[in-house]
Design a protein around this ligand. Structure first.
Ligand code: HEC
Ligand code: HEC
Length: 284
């Protein structure tokens, strides 16, 4: 069952139009191409300390038609972008005349499971998102230019890589060298921002299941990313979504690729421990 706390919602309801309605997530199973079952519902990880009792993928909060698009690769618009990412994977670029494939081989083998552990601490002790790994290979190993975080090329590539982890459980590390980043991400998740003084938790923990304007609020999980937004008719990255949500609180937002958002990404990913990576979701 979802927990709601009506008390916190009063001022917020006025400002944003939370509806009185509350609806359970869909009672549905995500089976892709009639063969791959993806876990979209699980008991909450112990580190959530009872803040949520069950965790749900955003997929479960969408309408039937939107959910159906993610159940068949022919209907999922992300596959067009994934194909472009695959082409780039095999294309030599930069002063070294190398392609990703020249070093990594087949994407299906070398990138299997990579999305599930991102973001993760690199050899130098910094927390890196998938985009950072891609750009470091481009600039340090290929002699090519970095791609902008939310560029088409970057999203095509992260889509192609993420699909190689489809159906695998979220597996981010949150202890050891990752602990300090995770702690900061957690603090940010509960920090109230903007004129509306709202945190991520105000919407995605306390009000998950409620309606805000026409939107059925999910838990704001990121296991479905990168994903296609029908509204934008384009793929959306994790940090891009964070920017949009912070802006909704009428706050100045951190940028895509900021250290703050890497840490927030790690913490939000860890709230989804128990769910599977969807590879490439579809949302309204
Ligand atoms: C010159 C060889 C080379 C090229 C070309 C190259 N990479 Fe890499 N890449 C590496 C090495 C070496 C690592 C580090 C492997 C490790 O630490 O396990 C790495 C790591 C990565 C990682 C992180 C994987 C992980 O499990 O942590 C990603 C993602 C990645 N590369 C993507 C790409 C993409 C996308 C391209 C093409 C745009 C590319 N690489 C081009 C050599 C290369
Ligand atoms: C004012 C309410 C509000 C706040 C505050 C808010 N969000 Fe959202 N968020 C939404 C709405 C509405 C959606 C679209 C419906 C949904 O999936 O919940 C959304 C969607 C998302 C999604 C996409 C989930 C999916 O599966 O499609 C993520 C991830 C997310 N939010 C993360 C965050 C994070 C992290 C924060 C804090 C920085 C945050 N949100 C703050 C309202 C909010």
């Amino acid at each position: 069952m979802l927990r709601t706390r009506a008390t916190t919602a009063a001022a917020v309801a006025l400002a944003l139009g939370f509806g009185p309605a509350m609806a359970e997530p869909a009672d549905a199973e995500l089976v892709v191409n009639e063969e791959l079952t993806i876990t979209t519902k699980a008991p909450a990880a112990a580190h959530l300390d009872g803040a949520l009792s069950e965790i749900y993928s955003g997929w479960l909060f969408r309408e039937d038609e939107t959910r159906a698009m993610q159940m068949d690769d022919f209907d999922n618009p992300m596959f067009v972008y994934a194909e472009q990412g695959m082409d780039a994977w095999n294309t030599a670029e930069g002063s070294e005349g190398k392609s990703c494939a020249d070093c990594h081989g087949a994407i299906e083998e070398s990138m299997k499971g990579v999305r599930a552990v991102m973001p993760k601490v690199n050899a130098a002790g910094a927390l890196w998102s998938m985009e950072d790994y891609v750009n470091s290979c481009r600039t340090e190993r290929m002699g090519a230019e970095a791609w902008k975080w939310n560029s088409d090329q970057m999203k095509n590539m992260t889509t192609a890589i993420s699909l190689q982890s489809r159906g695998m459980p979220v597996a981010v590390q949150i202890d050891g060298p990752a602990a300090e980043f995770w702690e900061r991400g957690k603090e940010m998740y509960y920090t109230r921002f903007g004129q509306l003084e709202m945190s991520c938790a105000s919407c995605h923990e306390l009000n998950a299941g409620n309606y805000i304007r026409a939107d059925h609020l999910s838990q704001g999980q990121i296991n479905g990313f990168p994903l296609y937004r029908l509204k934008d008719a384009a793929p959306v990255s994790i940090h891009q979504r964070f920017v949009g949500c912070v802006r909704d609180t009428r706050a100045e937002t951190f940028g895509a690729g900021s250290q703050e958002f890497r840490e927030l990404e790690l913490y939000v990913a860890s709230r989804g421990l128990g769910l599977d990576i969807e590879g490439a979701g579809v949302r309204p």
